[in-house]
Ligand binder design. Structure first.
Ligand SMILES: Cc1cc2nc3c(=O)[nH]c(=O)nc-3n(C[C@H](O)[C@H](O)[C@H](O)COP(=O)(O)OP(=O)(O)OC[C@H]3O[C@@H](n4cnc5c(N)ncnc54)[C@H](O)[C@@H]3O)c2cc1C
Length: 356
């Protein structure tokens, strides 16, 4: 492994989808992840929803890749036996005020969503007998997927097409050359007394930074001038295992390994869920896992932010203006799981330009 056409840093859902896409057309593709297994970071700590693309600003990368990714994810899951289900979704309002639902429906249609319709209380109850709501926006294209299986399936297809997949392989340095990038990799298990770690390098004609939460570190801090939106808010998500996820809630944390500190108690989820699901009690819930989204902006600042404006930062997917052989993917937060196969097609086009 001294030369490669393409090195992809990061074996989450995005890196694996990219490996699958680029290994259709190129050989000498390497996918590297620092963890013992693929998809161990954000790609297995999410809600597993195949999002529709309802919420994102028309024309944004999030809107484009979520809508296309929704269709591509269903097609891929069906073709490769990844557990999934097209459940549809209800966005429920508990007050008689329907303006927000109408606005959401208009935004969804502008993004290309089909089959959206506003339904009344009777229709909500017919579908979800325990849910209390005045009206709801019905979104037929939303679904659920087993995210770990999805990551594995993208990687499996990539490997079948000839991609080389290495775990326990941490990229520790990138040195731009004239027509390539020298990628320095620490391989092996550095932990414990029986460390078998060693450092080697590969000369790559194209490097794709798909390192998720750590993409900023791999990119050595990329310009990030984006407005923000922390999360879409509390959801009820049916899982493929017959349980229901309530959440996620969201807050800023500084530490990228901080999954447990200051977790909200179960009672807080009950408080937020109760207006829509009056029967819910703390005894119905068990505290589940948490995950970290890579955010491009600092926490909200009431002194600077416009009141009532909910803002969502867009994905950054670009050839690096300073290092043309590098492709940077920054701020791939939600809906990254859904968008991954469409992001992969986008990155394939950038790879083709790079390798021309
Ligand atoms: C609570 C929560 C709920 C969510 N729900 C949804 C949802 O329902 N639907 C949806 O579409 N999206 C959802 N998302 C977003 C989605 O999970 C992410 O956008 C997606 O998983 C990002 O994938 P990724 O491959 O970019 O990043 P990651 O999964 O973080 O993968 C990056 C990989 O890079 C590796 N890496 C980092 N640095 C290095 C290095 N130096 N060398 C080698 N490897 C390295 C890491 O080990 C990691 O495996 C949710 C996110 C959260 C946090």
């Amino acid at each position: 492994m001294d030369r490669a056409n393409i090195v992809i840093i990061g074996g989450g859902v995005v890196g694996c989808a990219i490996a699958r896409a680029v290994s259709q057309g190129w050989d000498d593709v390497f996918l590297l992840d620092q963890m013992p297994k693929l998809g161990m970071v954000t790609s297995s700590r999410n809600s597993g929803v195949i999002h529709s693309g309802l919420y994102y600003t028309p024309g944004s990368l999030k809107a484009r890749h979520c809508l296309a990714g929704n269709r591509l994810t269903y097609e891929f899951c069906a073709a490769h036996n990844v557990p999934h289900r097209r459940t549809g979704k209800l966005v429920v309002t508990t007050t008689p005020e329907e303006a927000e639902l109408t606005h959401l429906a208009e935004r969804g249609r502008a993004n290309g969503l089909e089959g959206l319709r506003i339904v009344d209380r009777a229709a909500i109850r017919a579908r979800e007998p325990h849910i209390e709501g005045h009206a709801a926006l019905e979104v037929p294209s939303t679904g659920i997927v087993a995210s770990e299986e999805l990551v594995k399936a993208y990687a499996r297809v990539a490997a079948e097409q000839g991609a080389n997949i290495l775990t326990h392989a941490r990229v520790v340095r990138l040195e731009p050359q004239k027509d390539s990038i020298q990628v320095w990799i620490r391989t092996g298990n550095a932990a414990g007394p029986t460390s078998d770690a060693s450092v080697e390098s590969v000369d790559a004609r194209c490097v794709v930074n798909a390192a998720g939460l750590f993409a900023d570190e791999v990119a050595a801090v990329y310009p990030l001038p984006h407005p923000e939106g922390l999360s879409l808010g509390l959801h009820f998500t049916k899982t493929l295992w017959g349980t229901v996820l309530v959440g996620p809630t969201a807050r800023y944390v500084a530490d990228k390994a901080d999954y447990e500190r200051d977790r909200l108690p179960v009672e807080e989820f009950v408080r937020r869920a109760k207006p829509m699901l009056p029967e819910i009690e703390a005894s119905d819930l068990t505290l589940a896992y948490s995950g970290l989204r890579p955010k491009l902006v600092p926490p909200p600042d009431p002194a600077r932010d416009k009141p009532g404006v909910k803002r969502i930062a867009d994905f950054v997917i670009t050839r690096d203006p300073n290092v043309p052989h590098a492709i940077q993917l920054i701020g791939i937060d939600s809906p990254g799981l859904t968008a991954a196969p469409s992001i992969a097609q986008h990155v394939s086009q950038l790879v083709a330009q790079t390798l021309e």
